[in-house]
Write a protein that binds this ligand. Structure first.
Ligand code: NAP
Length: 332
């Protein structure tokens, strides 16, 4: 029985399980020349999918209603009539939320379970690892001795950003939502300081206290009041990477906050939006570097693995209440 998850309605505010619909098809999928039959093994759920569920103009087209949702997936080739793939191969790429599907192989990359656990190709060796590496390098331009502040620090992107900061010789301060995440970041990922934004009454002061020399690079995954607070600590020539804004993705009214201009002018600071796909030509080099650090144990990662295709929508919803540590992945 092949199963598919469709977008049933465009979420209003926080997405609900009722925005998704399951469909089952009994007939066997038959491939023709040039095609492969894929069996899904791991599904990546990502905050950016929220944007594609609305029909507002963005850098990627919206999902269509009553059609499958798609995201990063690792799948195994069950049958092949395509010379580039053989039965048993594992591939990674943008695929539909289906337990089985047919592909012509375009846009798929072969991945090997011998080099890394398959789920890692959706995280540290996939889109989120690339985002951390390229966002930090290309916009952050980090220099040893500087202070790096990271919001969403215990998530897939943030936990890698902080470690890269340490590898490059920066002082790294993280912001996360629970004491358990604070402990993880300090003990396992080498962050120098971590602020729990849910138990800190004055974020601007907490950032000033933990970044006594100011903030040179701010890697922003969350936006909103946390990022407003960070502006009070930015240094002259600071670089602010706007990677994401999860705190406002579910807002139904246009969010308001500080006017950033005086902070940027006063400090000659740079604030720039980052989209990982703009840097596609740098992916092979970035993956090579991330793989090297992983193999030398200079870089590590954590995952929250949810079991069962039927739990994919809930795993996606749980990103917005911080249930994940590191990359949120569904194992089929
Ligand atoms: P993630 O951080 O693994 O998961 C989301 C985390 O966000 C949650 O665990 C939660 O942690 C935190 N969060 C949720 N609601 C929040 C709120 N209201 N305020 C503060 N924190 C909140 O997700 P990810 O995949 O690594 O993505 C992180 C950010 O990067 C997202 O904004 C995403 O859209 C963006 N991104 C951008 C690109 C790009 O190319 N621009 C690529 C990948 C990801 P706490 O418990 O700490 O709250």
């Amino acid at each position: 029985m092949n199963q598919t998850i469709l977008l049933k309605s465009r979420p209003q505010g926080t997405p609900q399980l009722s925005d998704f619909e399951f469909q089952k098809e009994a007939e066997n999928l038959e491939i023709t020349d040039g095609e492969i039959l894929l069996e899904t093994k791991y599904i990546s759920v990502d905050p950016y999918l929220r944007g594609r569920m609305s029909d507002a103009k963005s850098y990627v087209p919206p999902f269509n209603l009553n059609e499958p949702i798609s995201s990063g997936i690792v799948a195994q080739v069950k049958a092949s009539k395509n010379n580039d793939f053989k039965e048993g191969d594992f591939v990674s790429g943008l695929l539909n939320w289906k337990t089985e599907q047919i592909s012509n192989g375009q846009g798929l990359t072969k991945v090997s379970a011998d080099l890394a656990p398959l789920s890692a190709y959706l995280g540290v060796l996939g889109m989120t690892g690339l985002t951390a590496f390229l966002g930090l390098q290309e916009i952050g331009k980090p220099k040893a001795g500087e202070t790096l502040l990271v919001s969403g620090a215990a998530g897939a992107v943030g936990s890698v950003v902080g470690q890269l900061g340490k590898i490059l010789g920066l002082r790294v301060v993280g912001i996360a939502g629970t004491d358990e995440k604070v402990a993880l970041l300090k003990n396992d990922f080498g962050f120098d300081e971590v602020i729990n934004y849910n138990t800190t009454p004055d974020m601007a002061k907490a950032i000033q206290d933990t970044c006594p020399d100011g903030v040179d690079v701010y890697f922003d995954n969350v936006g909103g009041p946390i990022s407003d607070a960070a502006l009070f600590s930015i240094n002259r020539f600071a670089r602010i990477i706007i990677c994401g804004a999860i705190s406002v993705y579910n807002k139904t009214e246009l969010p308001t906050g500080l006017s950033v201009q005086p902070f940027l002018v006063k400090n000659s600071a740079l604030m720039q939006g980052f989209i990982v796909s703009n840097y596609a030509e740098k992916f092979p080099e970035a993956i090579k570097q991330l793989s090297q650090w992983l193999s030398k144990d200079q870089l590590t990662y954590t995952e929250t693995i949810v079991e069962g295709f039927e739990n994919t929508p809930q795993a996606f919803l749980d990103l917005f209440s911080g249930k994940n540590k590191g990359k949120m992945i569904v194992k089929i």
